[in-house]
Design a binder for this molecule. Structure first.
Ligand code: IPE
Ligand code: IPE
Ligand code: MG
Length: 239
């Protein structure tokens, strides 16, 4: 198992942080940073096949980000809509399968329909699996999963004895994903801010000082390369 892991991470998750500070450093509004950050995504997605990363999951908007100003939230929602409209064709051609995780109930209909369409459009792609976490929170996800599980029990389709880790994981938004091997956070903050709480139980973490809009595919490749030197033990003692 360890030998296989040393080949490289199959699933990398990224907390794309630091857009606001990047803009502030330039005396620009925060949204300028978000636009610069969005531009970085394509480069990182395209680098994935070169380094053997099959699954890339990116944190775009958290369940806590609604606390920001109305201007910033509205600007971000507009950016997500435009991003999907503009990138759909390139994603399709690059062989990227796109899926979204998070609670869609709070998102506007236009955005949700763009998300649904992009998922459908790219559903037969298999080169890279890009998952975008939008209105995502780890606690919110586990709570929603528990609610659905409780409903199944209420309906008599499951009993409390069926509730184990494997079953619960099937109710999570990430049911179609393997657990992340490596979680990267940019911007110098060493916290996970409610990202993939359940799934990252045994992930490796990499906290980088680089602000997200400055994160290049070269730095990404360096981080992926360094991962190969780590020993993952999963609680056991290595032979
Ligand atoms: C991350 O950048 C993007 C989102 C949370 C939407 P931030 O906007 O958090 O940037 P900083 O942390 O304020 O620099
Ligand atoms: C995490 O960044 C969320 C995203 C990158 C989308 P935040 O900037 O929202 O997290 P905190 O506030 O520093 O914990
Ligand atoms: Mg931040």
């Amino acid at each position: 198992m360890t030998k296989m892991d040393k080949i490289g991470p199959r699933h990398v998750a990224i907390i794309m942080d630091g857009n606001g500070r990047w803009a502030q450093q330039r005396g620009r509004p925060r949204l300028v940073g978000h636009h610069a950050g969005a531009k970085r995504v394509r480069e990182i997605v395209e680098a994935c096949p070169d380094v053997g990363v099959k699954y890339l999951t990116i944190f775009a908007f958290s369940t806590e980000n609604w606390k920001r100003t109305q201007t910033e939230v509205a600007g971000l929602m507009r950016l997500f809509r435009r991003y999907i409209e503009r990138e759909a064709r390139a994603l399709l051609q690059e062989g990227v399968r796109v899926r979204f995780i998070g609670d869609r109930m709070k998102l506007d209909d236009k955005l949700v329909s763009l998300m649904d369409n992009l998922e459908l459009l790219t559903s037969t792609n298999d080169k890279v699996h890009l998952t975008i976490a939008l209105n995502y929170g780890g606690r919110d996800e586990v709570t929603r999963a528990a609610q659905r599980l409780a409903f199944e029990i209420e309906q008599g389709r499951l009993t409390h004895k069926d509730v184990d880790a494997e079953t619960l994981a099937k109710f999570l938004d990430t049911q179609f994903l393997p657990d992340p091997d490596l979680v990267i956070r940019t911007s110098g903050e060493a916290r996970i801010s409610n990202f993939l709480l359940w799934q990252s139980a045994y992930a490796e973490y990499e906290f980088l000082d680089t602000l997200w809009p400055d994160f290049t595919s070269d730095e990404f490749k360096t981080v992926i390369g360094a991962y190969g030197t780590r020993d993952r033990r999963y609680g056991a003692v290595l032979a």
